[in-house]
Design a protein around this ligand. Structure first.
Ligand SMILES: Cc1ncc(COP(=O)(O)O)c(C=O)c1O
Length: 404
């Protein structure tokens, strides 16, 4: 059929392009390939037995049908209550009304775009940032204004400069999108003082902050830092998180925390998007939290991923040429690596794939297609311990050949 339907597609659809990462995930099909490319949790962490037990209880109960019926768009009330309780413990001053569940936290990006972004509206993102936020907001024709990162995540001095520059040009961005904990892709974490500063600047410039936090629980070193939302007393922060990394992504259950006026709009947009979030998944997730399984499970995941991160750092030191640099994360799933000036991770990837090792070129995470060529993102949660070491050995040998 080829391009037979191009003239039928909307202008919006004709602009959509498949994400490089999704395309790359196809490489996982090759059993010999060692992939640092995806962002997948390790299936070894999925608590299958516990889920089976909870599901049995739910489906064996007299009111089992409730978990199989449509639910309300806001989400399953006992789960929203349990999540509100967890979020309050993280310092957020919120009620159950400030929490909705969503079909994976990715849906919040789509709904925020739908509700806030008109074509060519400027929004502020870090460079690099989460690829699927870029593609998600691009659907609504957002115009990305970028702020570089350093080891402290988004550079606050440059953020301030960007705001001044936009304001001088008479532009008023509505949203700044940030991933304060173990950012995807660079693994960097925003210190508390910068979180406070961000909230102050958002107040001064009347911005909404979208705080994306899928990885906050995955800390292997250092101390937890309070969410940006916990410093917000005006309701201008929308916080989003997910069960994908602390239970299993297949449930597609996430949540958003925000001002009720904003949530009301998101819910209306969600009604026409999916009617409601997977009800059985929500009821299981709720039992998982209320039966007290979530914190022991997080501790278990931290143990496994912490070990993998250590192995990764050891392998990097052992196999990477001296001119290659990386940022050491305290948690999350990714190691951000920089090649020497002039080297291209896109060309490197082609050669690496021939040696059966894959990663994502950092270029994918920059809105400007000219940026990020010398960077790459390595995922360390999915490969087995043996594959981490062998994969880095292979990557090191490709780099040795390339850089000499
Ligand atoms: C930064 C970030 N935000 C959001 C998501 C979406 O997660 P989910 O839709 O599974 O909750 C991901 C998934 O990997 C992510 O890395």
């Amino acid at each position: 059929m080829g391009e037979a339907f191009d003239k039928h597609f909307s202008a919006r659809a004709n602009k959509l392009k498949a994400s490089d990462v999704r395309e790359l995930l196809k490489l996982l099909q090759n059993p010999d390939m060692i992939s640092f490319a995806g962002g997948l949790p390790n299936p070894q962490t999925f608590p299958t037995e516990m889920i089976r037990e909870i599901a049995n209880d739910i489906l064996g109960a007299a009111d089992a049908a409730k978990a199989l019926q449509y639910g309300i768009t806001e989400g399953y009330l006992p789960l929203r209550e349990a999540l509100a309780d967890r979020m309050r413990k993280k310092g957020m001053d919120i009620d159950t009304d400030n929490v909705i569940t969503v079909s994976g936290s990715q849906q919040v990006i789509d709904l925020m775009g739908k509700v806030f972004i008109d074509p060519n509206d400027p929004m502020i993102v870090s460079a690099p940032t989460y690829l699927t936020a870029l593609t998600g907001f691009a659907v609504y024709d957002a115009r990305f204004e970028t702020v570089p990162i350093d080891h402290d995540n988004m550079r606050m001095d440059l953020f301030e400069e960007k705001l001044a520059e936009l304001s001088k040009a008479g532009e008023h961005p509505k949203i700044v999108y940030v991933l304060p904990n173990f950012q995807n892709p660079a693994g960097v974490t925003m210190p508390e003082k910068n979180r406070r500063r961000l909230v102050d600047l958002a107040h001064e410039h009347d911005l909404i902050i979208l705080e994306d936090d899928p990885y906050g629980e995955l800390r292997y070193k250092g101390e937890d830092i309070r969410p940006i939302k916990s410093f917000d007393d005006e309701g201008r922060v929308v916080y989003m998180s997910t069960f994908s990394k602390i239970l299993a992504p297949g449930f597609r259950v996430g949540w958003a925390v925000g001002h009720t006026d904003i949530l009301r709009k998101l819910i209306i947009a969600k009604q026409s998007s999916d009617v409601c979030t997977n009800v059985l998944g929500q009821v299981i997730s709720c039992e998982y939290v209320t039966r007290g399984h979530v914190d022991p499970q997080i501790a278990e995941i931290r143990k496994i991923y912490g070990r993998k991160l250590d192995l990764m750092l050891k392998g990097m030191s052992e196999f990477m040429p001296d001119s290659v640099r990386w940022l050491t994360p305290e948690g999350g799933m990714f190691l951000w690596t920089t090649l020497p000036e002039g080297a291209s991770s896109v060309e490197l990837l082609e050669k690496a794939v021939k040696k059966k090792v894959a990663f994502v070129s950092g270029k994918a995470f920059y809105p400007n297609p000219a940026d990020g060529f010398s960077t790459l993102r390595l995922n360390f949660t999915y490969p087995s311990d043996e594959m981490i070491t062998e994969g880095l050995r292979r990557l090191g040998s490709v780099l040795d050949e390339e850089l000499t």
